[in-house]
Ligand binder design. Sequence first.
Ligand SMILES: C=C1C[C@]23C[C@@]1(O)CC[C@H]2[C@@]12CCC[C@@](C)(C(=O)O1)[C@H]2[C@@H]3C(=O)O
Ligand SMILES: O=C(O)CCC(=O)C(=O)O
Ligand SMILES: [Fe+2]
Length: 367
Amino acid sequence: MPSRVSDAIKPHKHVLDITSLKELPESHAWSSLDSPSSNNPPTAADSSVSESVPVIDLDDPNAQELVGHACKTWGAFQVKNHGIETNLLDRIESTGKSLFSLPTHQKLKAARAADGVSGYGVARISSFFSKLMWSEGFTILGSPLEHARQLWPDDYNHFCGVIEEYDKEMQKLAGRLMGLMLGSLGIAQEDVDWAGPNKEGAAAIQLNSYPACPDPDRAMGLAAHTDSTLLTILYQNNTSGLQVFRDASGWVTVPPVPGALVVNIGDLLHILSNGSYPSVLHRAVVNRTQQRLSVAYLYGPPSDVQISPLSKLLDPTHPPLYRPVTWTEYLGAKAKHFNEALSSVQLCIPRTGLVNQNTVENRVEII
Ligand SMILES: C=C1C[C@]23C[C@@]1(O)CC[C@H]2[C@@]12CCC[C@@](C)(C(=O)O1)[C@H]2[C@@H]3C(=O)O
Ligand SMILES: O=C(O)CCC(=O)C(=O)O
Ligand SMILES: [Fe+2]
């Protein structure tokens, strides 16, 4: 065990073995303005008015309407009776735990390359912040085989098997949720050519581990962000940490509900719905005693399909607010502008009529 923080930092410039630290290093101490305990505006949440992200039973005959309402008002909800077997959720949790409990030098064999997406490392959004986050992540885009071999040279098949099964089941659930969301906007899934039945979107799987933290009020597990996805399906273990931001209430905790999955709206659904279903700002906070594990299934359209506000939602009084963009292009905007990415594809609305989507002048400049 390292006796000083500097010893613990040695293994890799940016990857610090935070699991063994007894004190919060300066590199991970967030200022009062950013820290989890101090940036809640005084709100209804503080004045004991209880409000929480809706929990929707997908077997409820009113599920579509409930989903639509939750998308409009929260940008997030939890789902029960989603069809994913408990046994698979248990297996993805224990697979994630075994990955993060490998020795640091072993995890670093599967480190994400500087220009890559997949692999082990600190939160990708770290470059936008001066402080580091109290978490480790592992991203899977495409086949997990190469990285699994680096982590477990003698037994990589187990990891790959669980990931492949999880991916397949989540793909089905994501398609079903897209159907409900589009349906609640009055649009048949078949009418969106890339979203119809038997069409497969693109996706990434993100495993997150938030070790117990010696000073949780000054640490940040994963800083506030929106996902660039259409929707994200999140499995969280039995430890709280996820919070969503609501204008009227500030940060609201999304408590783990046994067997339930969290769904949140990403930027591409925000664009597709022309802002009716806003992407939700969310973050993860940490605690003093328990490791928290989450698995995000980040679901988007096929990467080269142009996403723009659905034409059925537009008329002269509801002009398109965003220009067409592919997921690939949008991820580029996100990597450059982070939480300003959505405004980088926003169209200006001239007072006198419809916007011309094709002119550069119509894009809002990022200063
Ligand atoms: C498909 C993707 C979405 C994501 C970037 C990525 O290429 C793979 C990781 C994803 C993730 C997970 C944590 C939060 C997030 C903002 C990040 O930095 O990496 C998302 C990205 C996103 O939704 O933009
Ligand atoms: O761990 C969580 O609760 C949030 C994870 C998350 O937001 C993400 O992976 O995009
Ligand atoms: Fe997220």
